[in-house]
Ligand binder design. Structure first.
Ligand SMILES: *Cc1c(COP(=O)(O)O)cnc(C)c1O
Length: 387
């Protein structure tokens, strides 16, 4: 049996895979089982921040594997403490809870928000407002938070206590919070799975002001947008706000599983002994890799991300067949005349891997993709988009 046949027989049918088997890679290049080379504009959905098998990242993980790979949260380990310190210093948050995925980080944020609100405003203050078209994860509770009806079908009853409000409509939000008690609002500054939709600067600013006045917590889901992806360390930094809680995952450990809940001043002590926990959370190998990733995201790298972003936008906007380009940094959505799926296929046939998000072609290349590979990929994408 071929790998494809074994996979079809033994793996749950949740993924509609592309018809190639990836066997190796280096940086932004990956190779399939037939030896074909591809330029990777997906980075494992924004995960491999510095590409495949990057030396510095690898060394950080391997050095820690050689020391100790796991000890549980019953003991202190260095990488976990140091990563938390760096994350707080760089984000303005005060304490960190480590989990293993984006959905789990959001679960942690939801628990923190509910506990804070119950203690401060009473047990009936539990509702969390999220945005229409949002995506916050696949567990039952983060699905309930997700503002897209089609993800909810077949999974009822969902977790209670979530309401959705329209993107960029501050008046709808103000009307909602005048009617019901609200513990928190959770947003993605750029909706990734929702189609790379960038929230308006004024909407996010006003949301911060209104929530601060009413002691409603502002949670920013930085699972996809975080860790340099949008040209700032975290995407909320593009909006000149400070959230109360930040969640992140995907690119944080450059390809190893991690999730983090960054707790701001108001909620830094909301969790006490036994209030939350995780067996793998704060795993020293993942934290060591994450530390190496965060330490490399400096102003120089962020500037280069913004330059590459501008280059991609400039190249694509003149193409006949490209209608619009959305997003920031190296998280871009291309609205095309041809169906996005068709473009992804043409690109794959020509050695470039891209993603879709709703009706758009989505690009999430490695943060350090070299200009040569980027130029080649952009040329292939331009040709594919042309009508
Ligand atoms: C991917 C994603 C999640 C879910 O992360 P998992 O690691 O798959 O659980 C949550 N929120 C956003 C914004 C995401 O992009």
């Amino acid at each position: 049996m071929s790998i494809k046949e074994i996979d079809k027989q033994y793996i749950a049918g949740t993924y509609d895979r592309f018809p190639i088997e990836i066997v190796s890679g280096k940086g932004s290049l990956v190779y399939d089982d037939e030896g074909n080379e591809y330029i990777d504009m997906t980075s494992g959905i924004g995960v491999t921040s510095f590409g495949i098998a990057d030396d510095e990242w690898k060394n950080a993980a391997i050095e820690q594997i050689n020391k100790v790979q796991h000890m549980s949260n019953l003991y202190y380990t260095q990488p976990c403490a140091e990563l938390a310190k760096v994350l707080c210093e760089r984000s303005g948050m005060k304490k960190v809870f480590f989990a293993n995925s984006g959905a789990e980080a959001n679960e942690g944020a939801i628990k923190a928000a509910r506990k804070y609100a119950a203690e401060k405003h009473g047990e009936d203050c539990y509702t969390i407002v999220t945005l229409s078209n949002s995506f916050h994860g696949r567990t039952i509770t983060t699905l309930s938070a997700t503002g897209q009806q089609h993800y909810h079908e077949m999974y009822h009853p969902l977790t209670e206590g979530f309401r959705h409000t329209t993107v960029n409509d501050i008046y709808e939000f103000i009307a909602l919070i005048s009617k019901i008690k609200v513990a928190a609002v959770m947003i993605e500054c750029i909706q990734g799975e929702g189609g790379v939709i960038t929230l308006d600067y004024d909407f996010v600013k006003e949301l911060r002001e209104v929530t601060a006045q009413k002691d409603i917590l502002l949670i920013v889901d930085e699972v996809q947008t975080g860790n340099g992806r949008t040209g700032k360390l975290y995407s909320y930094m593009n909006y000149d706000i400070v959230p109360d809680i930040v969640t992140t995952a995907k690119g944080l450990a450059g390809g190893l599983p991690i999730g983090a809940v960054l707790l701001g001043e108001k909620v830094k002590d909301v969790f006490g002994f036994g209030d939350h926990g995780s067996t793998f959370g704060g795993n020293p190998v993942c934290c060591s890799a994450a530390l190496s990733v965060i330490n490399r995201i400096d102003d120089k790298l962020l500037n280069s991300i913004n330059e590459k972003s501008q280059y991609i936008k400039d190249e694509l906007k003149s193409v006949n067949g490209v209608e619009d380009i959305s997003g920031m940094g190296l998280m871009l959505g291309i609205k095309t005349v041809k169906p996005a799926k068709e473009i992804v296929k043409i690109c794959m046939d020509n050695g470039v891997l891209c993603l879709t998000a709703k009706d758009k072609v989505r690009l999430l290349p490695a943060l350090n993709i070299d200009t040569d590979a980027l130029k080649k990929a952009v040329n292939v994408i331009k040709e594919a988009c042309k009508v």
